[in-house]
Design a protein around this ligand. Structure first.
Ligand code: FAD
Ligand code: 8R5
Length: 464
């Protein structure tokens, strides 16, 4: 509902966290006439000196782009985005293979710079009328009285505010979620993966050029672990090495327990990623200076306290990164919430409608993200998987409205994630059955398969 209904004053909302979801939501709600105030723990990234200097990039897909479009910032973001057409698989024997994500260059993902994206969104939020306060970390909340305490971490001084409604866009470690859980339970649990990651950098070549193919997401699959690399527009690549925390019994695999020093990481790269090693000149320093990142899935039974408080994005449903959908999902949340607030008569009913709509979808992408780790690290260079992929494409061509590849439903469409998961499971069954015992598609009975497709999959409405 807009500012001109209900109370004579402009309706106020207080957002906690001006990261990706918080800054986008501030735009969408300001545009709808809400008086939006955002409190952010860190300093203003637009002020020089706050950037860590590291380029961290993210993969932006259709769900995220659609939300940026709704906020009117798509063009500003896409100007610096680098296209990624597919997976560039670096096999252990040095072989290279590009596996396209879609049918052509209309079905691609985009690498965007996190800090630049955040700055673009913050500027647009202020232009739309939002007020953003930096160096304000949410500390404690009195939901009944409508008071919150914020801390300035530069001098440890408390700042108390009054609020009507708090929206938590404060990320995976959300302080607002902590306060909601303290008051009302909510069944919070986090399932950590037994794997963590390290970020490394491939700088530009001697003539300022990209050192490897820029228009791809590079993957070095090695069975129980892997490396990936995403391009940055300044011609660097951010490399992420994912390793188990401890080697599985008897495997002698590398792990965060066994690879501890710069020398050990160099030996690991020389053995497993020899083509990447000469591209990462600061390997030892990157390894020793960047802390390992933890990976986990956060589950929460409820996301809101009446019309008083709500969490969304990573604060409500943090996920492992392997589908590249955390930001995309958080952005899709923002649009869904703004829509629910347009439609519902009260904030309490809008929050309830948002939670009911988005919880199954968040659970679905959390599950699909966990599954995609196995696909990326172990299956992308497996002949059986490649044959299933070939059949997936053939069935898409024959039945474009019914058989849509899993990756396409998640990445290039906006159908609910829960629908994508349900259909993917049916499709995987068809692909596994039809390729069992085969090494190519020569003897496939296409008429029988057409019948199976029609029996098990109805027409998929294309929300693109
Ligand atoms: P965040 O973007 O984390 O924002 C939270 C904000 O809240 C931050 O600004 C933080 O400083 C602030 N904050 C925290 N606590 C407080 C407090 N107590 N008080 C006030 N402010 C607070 N997703 C993709 O879709 N594609 C990708 O390729 C991808 N790659 C990723 C790579 C990395 C290295 C990481 C870590 C994540 C990646 N993700 C990716 C996931 C994506 O970053 C998150 O899903 C997304 O940022 C979630 O947005 P958010 O606004 O909920 O949280
Ligand atoms: N996030 C990504 C994909 C899917 C790629 C594919 C995977 C790094 C911490 Cl691991 C990962 C994807 O299926 O071929 N799209 O985008 C981003 C990913 O990792 C990001 C960069 C990351 C959290 C570290």
């Amino acid at each position: 509902m807009g500012s001109d209904t209900g109370s004579p004053r402009r309706r106020e909302l207080t957002l906690i966290g001006a990261g990706l979801a918080g800054s986008l939501l501030a735009i969408l709600l300001s545009q709808r006439g809400w008086k939006v105030t955002v409190y952010e723990r860190r300093g203003d990234p637009r002020i020089k000196g706050y950037e860590s200097g590291r380029s961290i990039n993210l993969a932006l897909a259709e769900r995220g782009r659609h939300a940026l479009r709704a906020a009117g910032v798509e063009d500003a973001v896409m100007g610096q985005a680098v296209m990624m057409r597919g997976r560039m698989v670096h096999a252990a024997d040095g072989g290279l293979q590009l596996q396209r994500y879609g049918r052509d260059d209309t079905e691609v993902i985009w690498s965007v710079h996190r800090a630049d994206l955040n700055i673009t969104l913050l500027r647009a939020a202020e232009q739309a009328g939002a007020t953003i306060h930096f160096h304000r970390r949410l500390h404690t909340v009195d939901f009944d009285a409508g008071y919150a305490r914020l801390i300035d971490d530069r001098d440890d001084q408390p700042h108390d505010i009054r609020f009507e409604t708090l929206i938590g866009t404060d990320g995976a470690g959300s302080a607002l979620r902590g306060e909601m859980v303290r008051k009302a339970g909510f069944g919070e649990r986090t399932e950590f993966l037994d794997h963590s990651y390290k970020e490394l950098t491939i700088p530009p070549g001697p003539d300022g050029e990209f050192r490897i193919e820029p228009n791809a997401l590079h993957i070095w699959p090695r069975g129980r672990y892997m490396c990936i690399a995403l391009p940055n527009d300044e011609r660097t690549f951010t490399v992420t090495l994912f390793l188990p925390n401890h080697a599985a019994g008897g495997t002698g695999d590398p792990s965060f327990a066994s690879v501890r020093s710069g020398a050990e990481v160099r030996a690991l790269f020389a053995r497993d990623f020899p083509d990447a090693l000469p591209l990462i000149p600061d390997l030892e320093q990157d390894w020793e200076h960047h802390p390992p990142g933890l990976l986990g899935t956060l589950y929460l039974d409820r996301w809101h306290l009446g019309g008083r408080a709500l969490v969304l994005g990573d604060a409500a449903h943090a996920m492992v990164p392997f589908h590249g959908q955390g930001m995309n999902c958080a952005f899709e949340d923002c649009v869904a919430l703004a829509d629910a607030m347009d439609r519902q008569p009260s904030l309490a009913s809008a929050f309830a409608a948002f939670e009911a709509q988005r919880k199954p979808d968040a659970a679905a992408i959390q599950a699909m993200a966990l599954e995609n780790y196995v696909e990326m690290r172990d299956r992308v260079d497996d002949p059986a998987f490649l044959l299933q992929r070939e059949l997936e494409r053939a069935l898409q061509q024959r039945h474009p409205q019914r058989f849509v590849p899993h990756y396409t439903m998640v990445t290039f469409m906006r159908i609910p994630y829960a629908v994508a998961l349900e259909r993917s499971e049916i499709q995987r069954g068809i692909l596994v059955e039809a390729t069992r015992g085969r090494t190519d598609l020569a003897g496939v009975d296409w008429d029988a398969l057409a019948q199976v497709v029609h029996e098990r999959l109805d027409v998929l409405e294309d929300a693109r």
